[in-house]
Design a protein around this ligand. Structure first.
Ligand code: CO
Length: 469
């Protein structure tokens, strides 16, 4: 019985997030969008994750404008975004009214599929976003991602339990999200089979990275085991810390019962364009060719690619880059102490930074970040394994432990935020930029206004709001 495998192209989001620190500009995307729309992909992952932050912080771009541009050029292909549950696209928990509004505006501006995950696999942190996605008059697919990791608790049964909760919460599809490239082909088979059996009504999408060199094997085995969709990246932005190449996966499935139906000749044109970008990125230093190498260290230290480069830069700042191996060995221990959180934003940063502190101060937990205390206190949700009460006490002292849903203690915040930036608002979505990245958004709003009223590129005298004479 033939089953057409659906392909999600990640070139416009995860591929460049994984390889060039999310620095692909809308201008870089524009020349190829119309052609991407004609390929027949199931979806284009093009928004969310780190793209929003990067637009505002580094590229001086309005992320909403980018989304609308992509939608204009790709009316026939579903657009997909990555959404960190109650953390939205930021790093803390937001009130429900913010989460609902971000979902609503994302869909209104062109998003068709919202892939929602929680770093702790805590279903409580997903409910508001799922419900909001289901509330868009059937315009949005609510896809919920299981953050895959390994460790004593992470058996197939653990994931099956979570998958059932995801189905009960109303998800339209389910993604196995292997952000750190920890899946092996054999595990993919057992996991896909187990999840498929538990929630046969939900399509399963496989997301894995190439870091350890196993991704294409995992995808192929996963498809044979019952996965319905796979995430790939067009070859110039594939491999290394990115994904399996789109063309290779299409070729591998061609003529089999799982044929994707995509045309390799048409994909060659897409490849040709992205090859020019790749050359440009290598030349400018944005793409470090070492990112494209295979590194099975990921399997040993279980650290996602982006986290590895973060750890290295933190150590460099402290002049202690020679202690990287010690830090990498400390990461799993900190993770164990903190109740085995999967390592994905924001837990990857929290655990990583704490591991760096533990090593460079020469004494474990001598210094703890507020975020680490928050994680141990349940402020990010329920950890997969309860934190040892003795350890908890040592880290947080008399600080209150959060038992329920962290967002339950957050008052609505949209109106207050709108008031704070009233003078800058040019579109309804601006409040969401400010909510998630307050300082960065204000800088962006100011630059935006200056560009509008600037004469001959002169900057506005910010204090007096006049032009220099
Ligand atoms: Co990813």
């Amino acid at each position: 019985m033939a089953k057409k495998i659906q392909i999600t192209e990640t070139a416009l989001r995860d591929a460049h997030q994984s390889l060039i620190a999310t620095r692909m500009t809308t201008e870089d995307m524009l020349p190829i969008l119309d052609k991407l729309d004609k390929i027949g992909y199931y979806s284009l992952e093009c928004w969310g994750g780190a793209t929003y932050d990067s637009c505002l912080r580094f590229l001086n771009e309005d992320p909403w404008e980018r989304l609308r541009t992509i939608k204009d050029h790709c009316p026939n292909t579903k657009l997909q975004m990555l959404f960190r549950g109650q953390n939205m696209l930021g790093y803390r928990h937001y009130a429900d009214d913010c989460v609902e509004y971000l979902v609503e505006r994302s869909v209104a501006n062109g998003i068709d599929i919202i892939r929602i995950f929680d770093a702790l696999n805590d279903i409580k942190n997903l409910k508001t976003a799922i419900k909001a996605a289901k509330n868009q008059n059937g315009k949005a697919e609510a896809q919920v991602a299981i953050s895959y990791t390994t460790g004593p608790v992470f058996t197939d049964e653990y994931y099956v339990e979570y998958a059932k909760r995801i189905a009960d919460a109303g998800a339209d599809s389910i993604c196995i999200k292997d952000m750190a490239a920890l899946l092996t082909p054999a595990r993919t088979v057992s996991l896909v089979k187990a999840v498929k059996k538990a929630v046969p009504e939900l399509p399963i999408q496989l997301h894995t990275h190439y870091t350890s060199g196993l991704a294409s094997m995992c995808l192929l085995k996963g498809v044979e085991a019952g996965a319905d969709r796979i995430d790939t990246a067009i070859s110039p932005l594939a491999l290394g810390t990115s994904h399996a190449p789109t063309e290779s996966m299409v070729a591998a499935l061609q003529g089999t019962e799982f044929d994707s139906g995509l045309d390799i000749k048409a994909l060659a044109e897409i490849r040709a364009y992205f090859m020019t970008l790749r050359d440009k990125y290598i030349k400018s230093g944005l793409l470090d060719p070492s990112m494209l190498a295979t590194d099975a260290k990921a399997l040993i230290y279980q650290v996602p690619g982006g986290m590895l480069s973060n750890l290295l830069s933190q150590l460099k700042q402290a002049g202690k880059e020679d202690q990287l191996t010690e830090v990498l060995e400390e990461v799993p221990r900190v993770r164990k102490d903190a109740g085995y959180p999967p390592l994905v934003t924001p837990t990857s940063q929290i655990v990583g930074t704490q591991a760096v502190f533990n090593v460079i101060t020469g004494e474990r937990y001598k210094m703890c970040t507020n975020e680490f205390k928050g994680l141990v206190a349940g402020e990010y949700g329920t950890t997969p394994i309860p934190v040892d009460p003795k350890f908890q006490k040592k880290i947080i002292g008399d600080k209150k432990v959060v038992k329920g849903r962290p967002a339950d203690s957050l008052a609505p915040e949209l109106e207050k935020l709108r008031g704070e930036i009233a003078e800058w608002i040019e579109q309804p979505e601006d409040v969401l930029s400010y909510a998630q990245f307050p300082k960065v958004a204000l800088d962006f709003f100011e630059k935006r206004r200056n560009a509008k009223v600037g004469i001959n590129g002169e900057k506005l005298d910010a204090k007096n709001k006049v032009h220099p004479v």
